[in-house]
Design a protein around this ligand. Structure first.
Ligand SMILES: C[S@@+](CC[C@H](N)C(=O)[O-])C[C@H]1O[C@@H](n2cnc3c(N)ncnc32)[C@H](O)[C@@H]1O
Length: 357
């Protein structure tokens, strides 16, 4: 295993330019680039690592090998049907200690930062008003106010900027977001199908119902209501959660139904495990459910995406690409002198605005 993970490192002569995605500048995914292979043990992580064909082939063979033996179909349904129980046990055991706070959140996803909300939701703008010329003009009502026609009252109803995080776990993104939006006109919803995880959030000293509403919800159950109306969200954050869901049976329905809650122009922000990430190659035989989908010892599941699959998921939900990239990095264990390839997919997809004549 160690031999397999000890990879050749090619020097890169300059910082590679990432391709522009959707006409927008790429996200700042870090700029620590290894230009001299001798420096490899100087840092714990190197960015923008390119794989040789040989490395890709080695990884492909390794994944082929560890997925040869599939878990028998009759045993597989429990991983799907009882998924929330496995995650409940996970949070009972690890509490808040397993995942680290997502410190990269605002660097990679500056869209999460509430815009200057001044004037976005002023009740006086929701009625007819006079323009400077004295003519009566019909102002466009803001999202919050039209929403009351769908639902009488709901948490975050008066917010001018609404974020939802699905599969929020113990709050590693939730609390950084709460501390950032406090004092703004933004509101955060967060849900997880593990009631243990949601309790950890609600019991956290920084949890504040004035800014955040945490609730239990299985996002695969697309018919259950959410505590906000359709087309009411500016941002939906989907980090390391779609990988936990059956890729073929469920993921598309989940993304399509979530897209219905975005406002026009609202954005889905996605980050998750990429194909041939170290975590995939480390699986042993007998843990594979289907191609690139595995179950861990604790019964939780994980899928490894390509960016083309991610593109299909979001564009089939009617969203347009702003960014879709593979974030390939080299993780270094300086003590053991081992280097490992990490792969994540990071994407941003927007709900198009309807063009009216
Ligand atoms: C790998 S953890 C990531 C947690 C969090 N997003 C983070 O980045 O720290 C995956 C989370 O997704 C949740 N999850 C998995 N399937 C879900 C589903 N169908 N509905 C809601 N939450 C789900 C799990 O309970 C778990 O908290």
């Amino acid at each position: 295993m160690r031999g397999f993970l000890t990879l050749t490192v090619r020097a890169v002569s300059r910082v590679p330019r990432r391709p522009l995605s959707g006409g927008r500048p790429p996200a700042p995914l870090g700029a620590r680039v290894l230009t001299n292979p001798e420096d490899i043990f100087q840092h714990n992580m190197w960015d923008h690592v390119q794989w040789t064909e040989e490395e890709t082939e080695k990884a492909r063979l390794r994944a082929e090998e560890n997925s040869k033996e599939k878990i028998p179909v009759e045993e597989q349904s429990k991983y799907d049907g009882e998924a929330h129980k496995y995650w409940d046990r996970f949070y009972e055991l690890h509490q808040r200690k397993f995942f680290r706070n997502r410190t990269w959140l605002f660097t990679e996803f500056p869209e999460l930062l509430p815009p200057d909300t001044a004037g976005l939701c002023r009740p006086e703008l929701e009625q007819d008003s006079r323009s400077e010329s004295g003519n009566r003009e019909k102002q466009q009502p803001c999202g919050s106010c039209t929403l009351t026609s769908h639902m009488d009252t709901f948490p975050g109803q008066h917010a001018a900027f609404r974020i939802l995080e699905v599969g929020c776990g113990a709050g590693n993104s939730v609390f950084p977001i709460i501390s950032t939006i406090r004092g703004s006109k933004a509101f955060l919803y967060c849900c997880d199908f593990s009631s243990q995880a949601v309790e950890l959030i609600q019991e956290h000293p920084d949890y504040d119902p004035a800014v955040c509403h945490a609730f239990v919800r299985d996002i695969c159950d697309t018919r259950s209501p959410f505590p906000f109306p359709p087309e009411s969200l500016d941002i939906i954050l989907v980090v390391f959660v779609l990988s936990a869901i059956h890729p073929a049976r469920r993921a598309q329905d989940v993304v399509t139904s979530l897209a219905g809650f975005l406002k026009q122009g609202g954005i889905m922000l996605f980050r998750d495990y990429g194909r041939y990430d170290l975590a995939q190659l480390r699986f042993k035989k007998g843990q594979c459910l289907s191609e690139n989908f595995y179950t861990r010892q604790d019964g939780t599941c994980v899928y490894f995406f390509t960016k083309d699959e991610v593109h299909r998921l979001f564009s089939d939900a009617g969203l347009e690409e702003l960014q879709n990239l593979e974030d390939r990095r080299l993780q270094v264990n300086r003590g053991k002198k081992v280097v490992m390839h990490r792969v994540w997919v990071q994407s941003k997809y927007r709900k198009p605005s309807l063009i009216s004549d």
